[in-house]
Design a protein around this ligand. Structure first.
Ligand code: GCW
Length: 715
């Protein structure tokens, strides 16, 4: 075969940093265009898959040899103009592609065509994925385009660093060592700081492009104002230059009060000047954004965590989220930039049930009638960025009622790829099924006449079809670090892969995604594929079972969010396990029904009713909504106490089964990676048993009942 990418280098993307360079001895290299990236991926990929070198041609005007792969856009390639029907191309938009098998006489070849170079790169990866997973590559007539426009990552792995490569594998809170990108203040030696590009940055860029991720907010949402200084902007610009050919645009997290930071003197404001309607506030943000734009022409905008977990925000100055978000948005709008305003707010001093807070703070702004006759105060270039569940990335949460309830505001769904609460870098937990469950949950959203919408799953809200939102976004909290395998656990890569695939098309099946990943990562042998996919597919449900079964939430020890500590009370109610489990002699779980906090009233009527009644609440969400009596009768006839213990045991048994199954795969897999996963599974089993024992023993103090023995003893 031959790779033909005409004019691959014709349209170099803007490069701001002249001394951008790879560190000496690199294996990766910088490219100037997305087509060059596509050409390299094909050459490398085909060489790896076919085991021989593949000729590459970038010349215009030539005959297409049999078996060739042609990549390009109508603008760069006369072959694409000739062989990709323009009516079809029109339908795939800016990021989509088409892949076609073409026959000309005795010559058969493949055309990967798109309207843009980045579309062509996405098509290239899709074609390689087909080959890698051993699907047919003849008779192709594929058109694809993403359902969600902004497929974005947030990077705050630095909070806990379980994808970093320090000795313990976990790193300390707020440590910087182990972060995926080296900025001035990071631990690695200064001569490896940006604008020096390390191999792993390009590996990350290639991995993200291969699944269609097109943006990243590079710093922690608990933002350090340093990222707005000249020195840091220069470094971010260098990174943006390296990522740009891969279609990845950068954004920054900012603090609402950044204008008062002395580091920007003499360009600083006083607190009195932090009026989001005032010219001083808006001009300040506009100047900062302009400065960034000059260095990074395709800069996306700002992510803001305001009045959340001690971060400053408009409420500190007598304004609300709408005032604050719109103030910054107005400064960014002329530059075409966006504000991602997070809705992760809670305060146990105000609401005893913190889950109600987000809707209480944001709902009325979304509902507010405007002078021009429209409804909703948030500006068009604001996304409200909301976690999938109302608490905080617990292994299973009911969906956040904000999805559906907010009708007039662009909304971004925030998912956590990094496994903060789902086993970190130790537990094998494939999150595809969780995200599928979230995206396919029926919100029962009604229109203004109270009629149910036709398309009203969470995914329809996010992709804009339910409520007709012009801009759409999905955000994943990234799990990248400086570990050799980038994620700390080999199987965590599957989560990054699944996030990207679902961000591109949320209707994809998570098992199908897992199958592709296993074929691309471990083996194409059907027996092995089936076995590993089976391990992955049950791993999340198993984790839910041995950590927080039947909807009992947040039983984690303070800070690290890895170990159990159900009896812990610390500092404030809104983080204490005892506050969530409410264990007493009557039962277990948090009553959020009308007899309790009435959080259920935030859902649309069908769900408010369903979740409000213990009999109709899905059992896997039971303790999210009810204080469940120990002898409550479950669907299968067991009483609640027995079912609870059974779940813990089943969860651990699944992990045991995974460890044994993995052992059996030893002869068939790459030895080093097999052993690394095996070590993780051994620890995983120990820690899962700890979750079961710690919790069951503690619950028993309240239930006063025997531990049922028929399902096998506790360890
Ligand atoms: O659950 C918490 C995490 C914090 C995180 C916060 C958030 C970055 O423990 O590490 O802060 O969520 O989402 O802002």
């Amino acid at each position: 075969t031959t790779v033909i990418v005409q004019n691959a280098g014709k349209n170099p993307v803007h490069r701001h940093t002249r001394d951008l360079r790879m560190e000496p001895g690199s294996r990766e290299h910088l490219v100037a265009t997305s087509l060059e990236a596509a050409k390299d991926e094909l050459a490398r990929g085909l060489e790896g898959l076919l085991g021989r070198e593949v000729p590459v041609s970038t010349k215009p005007g030539q005959r297409v040899p049999d078996g060739a792969v042609v990549v390009g856009t109508p603008e760069t390639s006369q072959l694409v103009r000739r062989h990709a029907p323009s009516e079809e191309l029109r339908t795939v938009g800016d990021e989509g592609y088409l892949i076609r098998s073409v026959s000309r006489g005795r010559h058969d070849f493949t055309v990967i065509a798109a309207n843009t170079e980045i579309g062509a790169l996405y098509g290239t990866f899709a074609f390689l994925r087909r080959m890698q997973t051993q699907q047919p590559i003849t008779g192709l007539d594929v058109t694809e385009k993403p359902r969600i426009a902004n497929r974005h990552l947030n990077y705050w792995e630095t909070e806990r660093l379980y994808a970093g490569n320090d000795a313990t594998g976990t790193g300390g809170l707020n440590g910087e060592n182990g972060a995926v990108f080296n900025f001035a203040a990071t631990g690695e030696s200064a001569d490896r700081n940006l604008p020096v590009i390390l191999d792993r940055y390009l590996v990350v860029a290639r991995a993200l492009a291969s699944v269609g991720v097109n943006g990243i907010t590079i710093n922690n949402v608990n933002a350090d104002n340093a990222y707005l200084t000249r020195e840091y902007v220069e470094q971010t610009a260098a990174l943006a230059d390296a990522l740009r050919p891969y279609g990845i645009r950068v954004a920054l997290s900012v603090k609402y009060t950044a204008p008062t930071d002395e580091r920007f003197a003499p360009d600083t404001l006083t607190e009195d000047q932090l009026d989001p309607y005032g010219a001083e506030f808006r001009d300040w943000w506009h100047r900062k954004a302009e400065h960034i734009r000059d260095a990074i022409p395709d800069f996306t905008g700002f992510t803001v965590k305001a009045n959340s977990e001690g971060q400053p925000g408009p409420q500190d100055f007598g304004y609300d989220h709408g005032d604050g978000a719109n103030g910054i948005a107005a400064a960014l709008a002329p530059l075409g930039m966006t504000v991602y305003w997070r809705t992760f707010v809670y305060n146990a001093d105000v609401d005893d049930d913190r889950l109600k807070r987000a809707y209480l703070e944001f709902g009325h702004i979304d509902d507010e009638p405007q002078d021009d006759g429209s409804t909703g105060r948030f500006a068009d270039n604001v996304f409200l960025q909301t976690k999938n569940g109302p608490l905080d990335f617990q292994a299973r949460e009911p969906f956040n009622p904000m999805f559906g309830r907010l009708e007039n505001t662009n909304q971004a769904l925030e998912l956590q790829i990094t496994q903060e609460y789902t086993g970190q870098n130790t537990m094998l937990c494939y999150l595809g099924p969780m995200w599928q469950e979230v995206l396919r949950t029926d919100t029962y959203t009604t229109d203004e006449h109270g009629e149910l919408l036709d398309d009203r799953l969470v995914g329809h809200i996010v992709d804009g079809t339910a409520q007709g939102h012009p801009d759409t976004a999905i955000v994943g909290v990234a799990n990248l670090g400086n570990a050799d395998n980038l994620t700390g656990h080999h199987f965590s890569q599957a989560n990054l892969f699944a996030f990207g695939r679902l961000a591109w098309d949320w209707t994809l099946d998570s098992e199908r995604i897992a199958t592709d990943w296993v074929r691309m990562t471990w083996s194409n042998d059907d027996r092995i594929v089936d076995t590993i996919v089976r391990m992955m597919m049950g791993s999340w449900e198993a984790l839910v079972s041995y950590q927080t079964p039947l909807g009992v939430a947040h039983q984690f020890a303070d800070g690290e969010h890895y170990e159990p500590y159900p009896s812990q009370w610390f500092m404030k109610d809104d983080w204490s396990p005892v506050y969530y489990n409410k264990a007493d002699s009557a039962g277990l779980g948090y009553d959020r029904s009308p007899t309790g906090s009435d959080f259920t009233a935030q859902y649309f009527p069908t769900l408010a009713e369903r979740y409000g009644d213990i009999e109709s609440t899905p059992e896997n969400l039971l303790m999210w909504f009810h204080h469940v009596p120990w002898d409550h009768r479950m669907d299968n006839g067991r009483i609640f106490w027995e079912e609870l213990v059974y779940r813990y045991q089943m969860g651990v048994q699944y992990v045991t089964w995974m460890r044994e199954t993995w052992d059996s795969l030893k002869p068939s897999l790459d030895a080093r990676r097999w052993a690394e996963v095996r070590d993780k599974l051994v620890q995983h089993e120990i820690d899962a048993a700890d979750w079961r024992d710690t919790n069951v023993e503690y619950w028993q103090e309240f239930s006063g009942r025997e531990i049922p023995v028929d399902d096998g003893p506790l360890s």
